[in-house]
Each structure stands twice: as structure tokens, then as C-alpha cells.
Design a protein around this ligand. Structure first.
Ligand code: PA5
Length: 423
């Protein structure tokens, strides 16, 4: 389970963290008595997926790995961010022989699409189209294009290279898939897109990239069990309580930081999870993310001295997977011999603490989250922790954490301006 250290936040709170309210919000979540309770199936999703689709996901991934050099994952929002976050975190550089997982349909850029098509070239590829509603415009357009490419390349075998992940019962995608016999996986009815990474939505692309998804799911089952304990030592309750106390003190922006560059897209996943869940009814913490130490040389100035409405949450993987010692140089022209013989992991630990102290003294409350290792278990712990804390935090904020009515506003304008019939 993720460990939470609130010692860098407490001095910014005049009173103790309100755990009573957080426990009440936890009860609302786990008893299914709050708004949006129909969409809390993600709490049992790891167990459910192990009992249902997991074997077939692994078989499908093995088939793709054996026949294709690329998998094009077409989806947007919750239908792609989790898979991309996981793959960048755990397989930032594809191993030799592994297919490359590309993402499409998360925008409408012709440049990106053409570059991707050019990059795939003559390589064998499969397409995993992911859309819960089956009607989202951006992935639907990309899918139409890639379907045409598959037909040009594979002729009447094209349909064998399409895997759809969508609603079990409805939607345009589901209808097409049933008609043409595409292999299909389910986005469960009671799981919203941003909570779906531990369903086929995330697991199939992850497995194709070489991630051990059985291990992810085994660990997630354990994590969810631990995070379901009603106690203030439950780290999801601790984190949700602390960030909401800080929010009420005027810290309206939370920056999620990590010293692993490969965590960058997990930051994007987290932003959707918290932004869509909490930002409504005129309230909600604004989620932002940074990559350290790189962004200390860009955003560091603002974080240290800008408007004091920032809180900082830092994710640390306690054990690095690899080590590298700074070499000794007899000339020492760069003046770095004071670091020679020291491991980069130790240097990172010192840097983390130095930054933490500087930011706290600059007026930025700090929450530290510790995961064990950047591996399948560490990934599962991060996902389950943030999902659970998000549900609790949403109810603490007083909103329905499981809807996203605001996302429709741009779609209405877009469809009308593009001339969609009936809009
Ligand atoms: O979290 C959500 O519900 C959204 O971000 C959706 O995932 C996103 O809009 C894509 O929707 P769909 O999967 O229906 O294409």
C-alpha cells in the first residue's frame, strides 16, 4: 500500500486534519449511498476481471505479439490515458522484439496521424479501438482511417486485425463489431472511462507491450482489499482528508510531482481522474503535474515564489530498479568529484528532500506518497490508491465524483459547427 507522509503539510493547517469527514465520505463510497454510486464498480474490478476476461486478454495479447510489430490503440480520455501511463511507466523503451504500442484518436491532428501512418509503414499491425460510448468523434474518425488501411493491407482478413473494447450492449462501435465479427472486450457498465485502466481498456495494450498484467491484477486485488479498511491509517483516507483540508485553506491547485521521467503520463492519467471527478458545480482542486528535476528548471520558479495557492504531492518509488554510480575523473574539470562513487538513486533521495524543504519554506504544503518500486506491483498500488482517494475526495468536496456533465458542452458546439445532422 502507498505510504503517506503529511509532515510537510501540517504546518499549513491551523487545525488537525478532519478525519471524521473523510471517514464519512469513505462510508458513502463503500456503501454505495452517494451520488453516482452506479459507477463504483471499479472497486471490485480487479477481482471481476480475473474471474472473467483476463485469460482472454492475455491470449489476445500473445496473438498480437506473435504476428504484429505494432498495435494502434485508438481512444481518448479514459479510453487511453491509463494504458499510455502504464506503458510509459513500466516499458518506457520497448524491449527488442516487443511490438510498439502507438496511440491514435486522442486528437484531430492530421500531422500526427500522417506521421504515425508513415512510421508504421509496411509493418504488420493490429488495431484496438476503445470507446465506452462507441460514439466519440475523435477516435471514431481515426478508426475509420485505420480500418481503411487494414482493408488495403489485409483485404478480407482485415477484420481479424481489429479488437474492440466497448460497452457490452450498445453503441455504434458495438453494432459494427457484432456485424463484422471483431474480437471484443467490455468496458463494464458500472465503471466510468477514467476508472477503467484495470479493465481490458488498459490491460490489453499493457499486455501487448510486455507488461505482466496477471501480476498487476493480483496486486490490485490485494491493494483494493487494504484500501477498503475503514481506518484513518488507510492511506487513501489520509490523502483525501489532507488535500481537502488544504483546499479549504485556499490551496486550490495541486501539483503532482515525480522524479521518474517515465511517470509523466501517469500524471496525465491522474489529472483526468481528479479533474473530471472533482471539477464541477463551481468547486474542486485544479490538478496539475510536473516532472522533476526537469521542471524545476522551468516551473520551479513559480512553485517557489508565485501565487501561494499551490500544494505539492510528490510520488516517490522507494527502491530504484537499477543503479548507476557517478564515475571518478582524475582531471575533475567539471568539479563533480564530490559526487563520484555516489549512486544516482542516493543523489535523487537527497535532491528530493532538498526540493521538499525549499518548497515548504517557500509556502507550498507538501504531501509525500511512497510506492515501493516502479514495477507491476508499484503500478497497481498507485492506481488503486489514487482511485480510492478520488472517490473519497469527491464526496468530501460535495460533488458526484462519477459524472462529467461539463465534457458535453464542447461536443454540442463542435457537432453543430461541423454540421452533424440533427445538431
Ligand atoms: O472518463 C470519461 O468518461 C471520459 O474521459 C471518456 O473516457 C472519454 O470521453 C472517452 O469516451 P468513450 O470511451 O465513450 O469514447
Amino acid at each position: 500500500m502507498i505510504k503517506v507522509d503529511l509532515s510537510g503539510a501540517k504546518q499549513f493547517l491551523s487545525e488537525a486534519v478532519d478525519y471524521d469527514a473523510a471517514l464519512k465520505a469513505f462510508d458513502t463510497l463503500v456503501t454505495g449511498s452517494g451520488a453516482g454510486a452506479d459507477f463504483t464498480g471499479w472497486m471490485e474490478l480487479p477481482q471481476r476481471i480475473r474471474d472473467t476476461e483476463l485469460d482472454r486478454i492475455c491470449e489476445c495479447a500473445a496473438k498480437i505479439r506473435s504476428r504484429s510489430k505494432a498495435l494502434v490503440v485508438i481512444g481518448i480520455g479514459g479510453s487511453y490515458l491509463g494504458a499510455r501511463g502504464a506503458i510509459e511507466l513500466l516499458r518506457p523503451i520497448p524491449a527488442k522484439g516487443d511490438p510498439t504500442v502507438y496511440f491514435a484518436g486522442n486528437g484531430v491532428s492530421p500531422d500526427y496521424l500522417c506521421d504515425l501512418i508513415e512510421r508504421i509503414g509496411d509493418d504488420d499491425f493490429d488495431v484496438n479501438v476503445i470507446s465506452k460510448s462507441g460514439t466519440t468523434m475523435e477516435p471514431a474518425v481515426s478508426f475509420r482511417i485505420f480500418r481503411e488501411l487494414l482493408h488495403k493491407k489485409y483485404g478480407d482478413k482485415a477484420d481479424e486485425h481489429i479488437i474492440m473494447t466497448t460497452d457490452a450492449h450498445r453503441g455504434a462501435l458495438k453494432e459494427q463489431g457484432d456485424k463484422y465479427g471483431w474480437e471484443s472486450f467490455i468496458v463494464p457498465d458500472d465503471v466510468g472511462g477514467r476508472f477503467s485502466v484495470l479493465s481490458a481498456v488498459g490491460l490489453l495494450p499493457m499486455a501487448v507491450a510486455g507488461i505482466d498484467v496477471r501480476k498487476v491484477i493480483d496486486c490490485a486485488i490485494e491493494e483494493m482489499a487494504q484500501l477498503s479498511v475503514r481506518d484513518v491509517s488507510n492511506s487513501a483516507i489520509e490523502y483525501a482528508a489532507a488535500r481537502n483540508c488544504l483546499y479549504r485553506k485556499g490551496y486550490g491547485v495541486e501539483i503532482l510531482a515525480c522524479y521518474e521521467p517515465s511517470f509523466r503520463f501517469m500524471g496525465e492519467w491522474w489529472k483526468q481522474l481528479y479533474g473530471e471527478s472533482e471539477g464541477k458545480d463551481g468547486v474542486g482542486i485544479f490538478p496539475a503535474s510536473v516532472e522533476y528535476t526537469a521542471d524545476l528548471h522551468s516551473m520551479g520558479q513559480y512553485i517557489q515564489e508565485g501565487v501561494r495557492f499551490l500544494m505539492e504531492t510528490v510520488v516517490t518509488f522507494e527502491h530504484s530498479r537499477k543503479n548507476y554510480v557517478v564515475p571518478f575523473d582524475s582531471e575533475n574539470a567539471d568539479g563533480l568529484n564530490y559526487l563520484s562513487g555516489r549512486d544516482l538513486a542516493d543523489i535523487s533521495t537527497v535532491v528530493t528532500e532538498a526540493v521538499r524543504q525549499a518548497h515548504i519554506s517557500g509556502g507550498v504544503p507538501n504531501i509525500q506518497l511512497f510506492a515501493d518500486r516502479r514495477d507491476e506491483a508499484g503500478f497497481a498500488s498507485v492506481v488503486c490508491f489514487f482511485e480510492m482517494a478520488c472517490g473519497i475526495s469527491g464526496y468530501l468536496t460535495g460533488v458526484n465524483p462519477f459524472n462529467q456533465p461539463g465534457v458535453e458542452a464542447y461536443k454540442k458546439n463542435m457537432f453543430r459547427m461541423l454540421g452533424k445532422p440533427g445538431c
